[in-house]
Ligand binder design. Structure first.
Ligand SMILES: N[C@@H](CCC(=O)N[C@@H](CS)C(=O)NCC(=O)O)C(=O)O
Length: 206
């Protein structure tokens, strides 16, 4: 049985949980991180020296980094579906996974931490608003890429939608000024129609 360590309110853990559910892959989840601790124990650090979540273990095989985990699970259980068979479609999906981590997340992190994890009286609203403006610009690239497609890598839902879906869902649900993006809104609505997204991602922000 696949084991997943990580609290269910972590955006990176949610990617893995959503992915497993889409794939019908059974798993056992152990709470870890923030209020649950665990991540600083020597046993956990042996699995994941970063002391972060998520981490998975399957028949002695240990993996951390949420996008690597999503790729592994998609390749194992979702060949031709979440893991596109066409090399170029797969590269397209892959590109948006890297972009979510390398471009969108660095801009979004100060917004999330500022509005969700920082008491109102301690918030640096100038920094939050600057980062939010950058996020608005970046989300425009996703909107443009979604023109004429149902999902980020084409007509089919793929692994490429998972990290973007998790981060942009948060962006769309925080009290922010946002440009109105029709393609992005239609894509988000499609994600909300997916039971696995609704169960693991469309939950309380905390
Ligand atoms: N690049 C890593 C980042 C992992 C990460 O930053 N995880 C956060 C939660 S989203 C974490 O472990 N924070 C510390 C904690 O929860 O104790 C990944 O995608 O898996």
């Amino acid at each position: 049985m696949l084991k997943i360590w990580g609290r269910a309110n972590s955006v990176n853990v949610r990617k893995v949980l959503w992915c497993c559910d889409e794939l019908g892959a059974p798993f056992e989840r152990m709470d870890a991180g923030m209020q649950y601790g665990v991540v600083n124990t020597p046993e956990y650090r042996k699995l994941n020296p970063n002391g972060l979540v998520p981490t998975i273990e399957e028949d002695g095989f240990v993996l951390w980094e949420s996008h690597a985990i999503v790729r592994y699970l998609a390749a194992k259980h979702g060949a031709g579906k979440l893991w596109p068979a066409d090399l170029r479609v797969r590269a397209d999906a892959d590109r948006w996974m890297d972009w979510a981590a390398g471009s969108f997340l660095p801009a979004f992190r100060p917004v999330f931490w500022g509005l969700v994890r920082t008491p109102a009286e301690s918030r640096d609203m100038k920094a939050i608003n600057e980062s939010a403006k950058k996020c608005g610009e970046l989300a425009g690239y996703v909107d443009a890429a979604l023109a004429g497609r149902r999902f980020i890598a084409g007509e089919q839902f793929t692994m490429g939608d998972i990290p973007l879906g998790c981060h942009l869902h948060l962006w769309l649900n925080l009290p922010l000024e946002r440009p109105a993006y029709a393609n992005l809104a239609a894509w988000h609505k499609r994600l909300l129609e997916r039971p696995a997204f609704d169960k693991w991602v469309n939950t309380k922000i905390s």
